[in-house]
Design a protein around this ligand. Structure first.
Ligand code: 3PG
Ligand code: MG
Length: 414
């Protein structure tokens, strides 16, 4: 139970471990007859013609919207889309395609309101059961810098502010942060709560062994995550360009492979500080060119030639890692271990995806490439939790405070 005697989920300020402070949840709040403003993350990928290529985030936002509507609220939803120039309205920045898709998912028309901040008293006409989408919030001047005057204007539109945008929780912007300070009630939506519950289950009190898989092209973008996780996990599996830098750190050659020689010292420091925690690949799949039709050759790590590119982990390494994953109690996964988009170099990521799926461990995966791999290998329904977030997921793993979560906690504590 929370301080205020309401039932709550597992999330208990993993950001400030040990603190009993948590946040209010939409499910705890009587929204009948109230105007509810939901900040969702409907920032979905689109093709050149503006067609939505993956609607996962829209589908994930539906339960919170449905719940508020079903309990008699008038619901306003907003989101950013891309990174538009503030103060300029361009058709390509519009949430119009999202209004259409949301309408299809909900089986009703969704009205899109363009000038929702300075557009007069339109919200007075809202009635229980009404649903409107508020145009791309990043078009409003001051959104990105969390302008307080803008946040106040937004806050007066609603009785209850709901942040259900975990994917944007690492941004302190007017719709993710400032508005939560000023709205009469500020709470987390069900997606936000589920994401934080899953992440804190994986990191704050994990079933052991805790295994993290951190892969991708660069050590530099994930160095703080590698350091933070190395201290907490039982095994830190590295892959991709990150693994290449660790292979260098371990004294072997990697030919022309992607790596960051500048960070070999950092990798060596992690290996020295956490002996045995970071398995180094013993074999790899190499090619002479980065291409789908390049000829693949499995080599022991010591046999990589000067003109080789390492594009995947080898089968012996994959088998070892699959064994580690099979015995895990908890798995956190970010990043494919090879160039899984090319079939000849997909074996390592496929083997790992299969092992994560088969494992009895609680598994959580996040990041666009990881989810693309999970979908490609058809294991999505056997992953414990798949995050809708990219940057926010990584910042949580780094142990950073997410400003959009912190403000909800502050509101709950005051
Ligand atoms: C994302 O897709 O990472 C989130 O929607 C946040 O978007 P941003 O990186 O433009 O802030
Ligand atoms: Mg981003």
């Amino acid at each position: 139970m929370s301080q205020k005697g309401r039932p709550e989920g597992e999330y208990r300020s993993a950001q400030h471990e040990g603190s009993p402070v948590s946040f209010r949840r939409l499910s705890d709040i009587d929204v009948r007859g109230k105007r509810v403003l939901v900040r969702a993350d409907l920032n979905v990928p689109q093709d050149d013609a503006g067609r939505i290529t993956d609607d996962t985030r829209i589908r994930a936002s539906v339960p919170g919207i449905r719940d508020a509507l079903a309990r008699g609220a008038a619901v306003m939803v907003t989101s950013h889309l891309g990174r538009p120039t503030e103060g300029e309205w361009k058709p390509g920045d519009s949430l119009a395609p999202i209004a259409t898709r949301l309408g299809e998912l909900l089986g009703r028309d969704v009205l899109l309101i363009r000038d929702w901040v300075d557009g007069g008293a339109w919200h007075d006409a809202l009635r229980p059961g009404d649903l409107v989408l508020l145009e791309n919030c990043r078009i409003n001047k001051g959104e990105k810098k969390d302008d307080d005057a803008l946040a106040r204007k937004m806050a007066v539109l609603c009785d209850v502010y709901v942040n259900d945008a975990f994917g944007t929780a690492h941004r302190a912007e007017a719709t993710t942060h400032g508005i939560a300070r000023h709205a009469p009630i500020a709470c987390a939506g069900p997606l936000m709560a589920a994401e934080l519950d899953a992440l804190s289950r994986a990191l704050a009190s994990p079933a052991r062994p805790l295994v993290a898989i951190v892969a991708g092209s660069k050590v530099s973008t994930k160095l703080t995550i590698l350091r933070a996780l190395a201290a907490r996990v039982d095994t830190l599996v590295v892959g991709g360009g990150i693994a290449n830098t660790f292979i260098l750190a371990d004294g072997a050659r990697i030919g022309k492979s992607l790596a960051e020689p500048d960070l070999v010292g950092e990798a060596q420091a992690i290996l020295a500080q956490f002996p045995g925690k970071v398995p180094i690949p013993v074999d790899v799949v190499c090619a002479k060119a980065f291409a789908a039709d390049a000829k693949a050759a499995v080599k022991a790590v010591g046999e990589v030639a000067d003109d080789d590119l390492i594009l995947d982990i080898g089968p012996r390494t994959a088998e070892t890692l699959a064994g580690i994953v099979a015995n895990a109690g908890t798995i956190v996964w970010n990043g494919p271990v090879g160039v899984f988009e090319f079939d000849a170099f997909a074996g390592g990521t496929r083997a790992l995806a299969g092992a994560v799926a088969a494992s009895r461990a609680f598994s959580i995966a996040g990041g666009g490439d990881t989810i693309a791999a999970i979908n490609k290998f058809g294991v999505a329904d056997r992953i414990g939790y798949i995050s809708t977030a990219g940057g926010a997921f990584l910042e949580f793993l780094e142990g950073k405070t997410l400003p959009a979560v912190a403000i909800l906690e502050q509101r709950a504590a005051s």
